[in-house]
Design a protein around this ligand. Structure first.
Ligand code: GLY
Length: 352
């Protein structure tokens, strides 16, 4: 078992281990001594597998537990679901000293975090991520949100959880495509700034899930501690995401997030080499590693269309857009680019 301390505006521990779901009650009790009222939030994919176990662990620790289950998927990450969750918290009588517990992937974590950040002007939230992406990214760092019809994550708040519990055993029930998608975010940390992680990833993920996930959490912790509110170095976490979000959008979300980020990462590496800003060994290394983890590497869209879609994204600031490029194996930097040069960037990255 590994424990990672995140020292943000509020400090908290991320625990990563194998078969530790039953520790949820004891872990939370150490932070928020019972009795308290909890709202356990999950979706209809995860709840049948794990909600009863987690509920029992929490009740055995002395909590009163209500549950709120919604339909799995990004389509549920709406203000409607948020309002229903707020109303469920109010109907259950949760007070300022009570707590929401998110059991699920990124959608569950983001919406539960936002509901907790805003219900009664803020109650505690404990995160139990069940997807690889949520373990290595969305459950840590305090970004919470819901989508609006105009775009993803347009309404949200920074609100750190009081703790995070990652049980790598639950990854065994993830659909393969969802696991592969999360691998793109794992690989991303290596190219942002963690060369030893790239070496670790040359073995099978299954050989070392706890070490690999803990290492990603440490990498995320390092940037969040430097830039909790995402005004500088935290933007490094967007490696592959400017192109990736555009590809997701252009595909009408038939290309999943991780698959799109994989393509976006490789485009950023190829463009950076073409601009003389990156060691030429990086793209070939990336391409081999992405393929090894079953991720795509070829961009199916045209550079101008990707640039247009990217410029409607919230990461744009005025007439420049901040991109992330690798500079060497295990090193990256932010690159502010004039928006009118973005199509060329993606062309240099291999898009038509
Ligand atoms: N997922 C990117 C971030 O937390 O900043």
């Amino acid at each position: 078992m590994k424990k990672i301390l995140v020292k943000a505006s509020k400090s908290y521990e991320v625990t990563v281990g194998c078969g530790i779901l039953n520790l949820a009650g004891a872990k939370l009790a150490a932070l928020l001594p019972p009795p308290h009222h909890l709202m356990l939030v999950s979706d209809d994919n995860v709840a049948p597998l794990y909600a009863a176990r987690v509920k029992s662990a929490l009740e055995d620790a002395g909590y009163t537990v209500d549950t709120f289950i919604f339909a799995a998927g990004e389509a549920s990450k709406t203000t409607d679901t948020l309002v229903s969750l707020w109303e469920a918290m109010a109907a259950a009588g949760l007070t300022r000293t009570d707590c929401a517990v998110a059991l699920g992937g990124g959608v569950v974590g983001d919406i539960t975090g936002f509901a907790a950040a805003t219900y009664l002007r803020g109650i505690a939230c404990y995160q139990i991520p069940t997807s690889l992406l949520a373990m290595v990214d969305s459950s840590v760092g305090g970004k919470t949100a819901v989508d609006l019809p105009q775009g993803k994550n347009l309404c949200g708040a920074f609100a750190q959880p009081i703790g995070v519990l990652c049980d790598t055993d639950v990854l065994k029930t993830l659909p393969e495509a969802v696991f592969t998608d999360g691998c793109a975010e794992v690989i991303k940390y290596g190219y942002i700034g963690d060369r030893p992680l790239l070496s670790l990833l040359e073995n099978s993920f299954a050989d070392n899930p706890v070490s690999i996930i803990a290492r990603c959490v440490e990498d995320k912790r390092d940037v969040v501690e430097r830039d909790e509110l995402d005004n500088g170095p935290r933007q490094l976490l967007n490696l592959g995401h400017t192109g990736g979000h555009a590809i997701e959008k252009l595909s009408h979300f038939s290309i999943s997030h991780g698959n799109a980020v994989a393509i976006g990462m490789l485009m950023a590496a190829k463009a950076a080499v073409a601009m003389g800003l990156c060691d030429p060994e990086v793209p070939a290394h990336q391409e081999a590693l992405l393929k090894r983890y079953g991720l795509p590497t070829v961009c199916p869209f045209e550079a101008g269309a990707i640039a247009k879609a990217a410029l409607s994204d919230k990461k744009r600031r005025g007439s420049t857009i901040t991109l992330v490029i690798p500079t060497a194996l295990g090193a990256s930097t932010l690159l502010p680019l004039a928006t009118d040069q973005l199509a060329d960037f993606f062309r240099q990255g291999g898009a038509q």
